[in-house]
Design a binder for this molecule. Sequence first.
Ligand code: AMP
Length: 216
Amino acid sequence: MNLILLGPPNAGKGTQAKKLYADFQIPQISTGDILRKAVKDGTPLGKVAGPLMAAGQYVPDDVVIGIVEERLKESDVAQGFVLDGFPRTPGQADALDRMLERLGKQLNAVVSLEVPHSTLVERGSGRRVCPNDGAVYHVTQSPPKRAGLCDKCSTELVQRPDDTPEVIEKRLQKYDAETSPLKDFYAKKGLLKSVDGVGSPEGIYEEIKKAAGRSA
Ligand code: AMP
């Protein structure tokens, strides 16, 4: 099963991709996660990406296209993959078409998670992450047992620089202007499935499986 999870920042793409991996062992390819790791490790890629990410801007197309192409050549994606956060621009979507053709792979579905802006801002600005083990919390919806501290390793939780309300607004504007048009692009190919992204993660997951033709 080769899927794209399309949706604005904080729509829940990462959560749903992890559920798909747990059930079907199809790896999540998250360009955001790959870039965040590069920033943390201080690699040349991280040095280019870090300031752009912190400002809510996109990393240049050629950079992310290269990352995804390398990742899609790895053996663990032979049975499928879930793209999370890529493609984000028409240029990336065209490049993905070409690289899938070269690799002899086809998309099964593009699932678009639909969530209102106000919910996205609320979700993002309340998010706190553990800089040590990556655990994710929300100040009201899934708070840690001790305020501000990771349940697993007691490290002080932080807010990602791109989770401030101002940067979230900028990221949403960018999504509407540059990424939302991809819905039309995939609708014309007959691949687009829209799923309501508000509700329990389990209920949304069932809808995603139905959309991907994999419900029990
Ligand atoms: P995400 O975790 O997917 O929301 O991505 C976090 C940030 O990484 C984005 O706001 C962008 O700055 C950058 N990024 C991730 N994926 C892409 C992409 N496909 N194209 C351009 N920038 C990206």
